[in-house]
Ligand binder design. Structure first.
Ligand code: GRF
Length: 191
């Protein structure tokens, strides 16, 4: 089968990236992960990807200051040089420019650690606990210009337990994220 050449964007430890790369070992998985991109050259996940034999492209965003588009134009060039057809954002902690989103519209998805449309943005687990919700979870969605606003592809729910801390809740959600993201990639690239 022809597999879709896919890039993963990370900014940190990259546990969702690892789960995707593991899932892609199944012969019928529709994506092959050909490039891992990071805005942080020290992101822990980069070394793991390289050790798996996956190409990496790290470009620090800081020297670009407010010129986010120049930073992303260089990333975009790296994606095209590698023949990338699809992007999975997995803990990429930069808000993308309208320009990059337009380049990849319909070919870029993200995982967010909350049940969108609730708790867009950061610190979702703390905010879910403060709000007193009984259920929390994760969402995979298409990337559009509004942050965490694209069409929802799939969600996973977990209960919020009585004495949960944000860390406990994050761990429970993360385990679901790892399963959900691979499932969502299968769904999107097969349909
Ligand atoms: C995950 O919770 C993801 O949903 C969010 O950032 C976290 C990244 O974790 N966007 P990891 O780098 O995949 O381990």
């Amino acid at each position: 089968m022809k597999k879709t050449r896919t890039a993963i964007f990370i900014s940190g430890r990259g546990s969702n990236m690892m789960a995707l790369v593991e899932a892609a070992k199944a012969p019928d998985f529709p994506a092959e992960f050909v490039l891992v991109v990071s805005n942080d050259p020290n992101a822990a996940g980069l070394a793991w990807a390289a050790a798996q034999g996956i190409k990496t492209f790290a470009l620090d965003h800081k020297p670009f200051g407010k010129d986010r588009e120049s930073h992303e134009r260089q990333i975009d060039a790296a994606l095209r040089a590698e023949g990338v057809e699809f992007i999975c954002l997995a803990g990429y902690l930069r808000v993308l420019t309208h320009w990059l989103v337009q380049q990849w519209e319909g070919r870029m998805i993200n995982i967010h650690p909350a049940l969108l449309p609730d708790f867009k943005g950061l610190h979702t687990h703390e905010r879910a606990l403060e709000a007193g919700v009984l259920e929390h979870g994760a969402t995979v969605h298409w990337v559009s210009s509004g942050v965490d606003e694209g069409e929802i592809i799939a969600q996973a729910r977990v209960p919020v337990l009585k004495d949960d801390t944000a860390e406990m809740l994050a761990t429970r959600v993360l385990a679901e994220e790892h399963r959900l993201y691979a499932e969502a990639v299968r769904h999107v690239l097969k349909s």
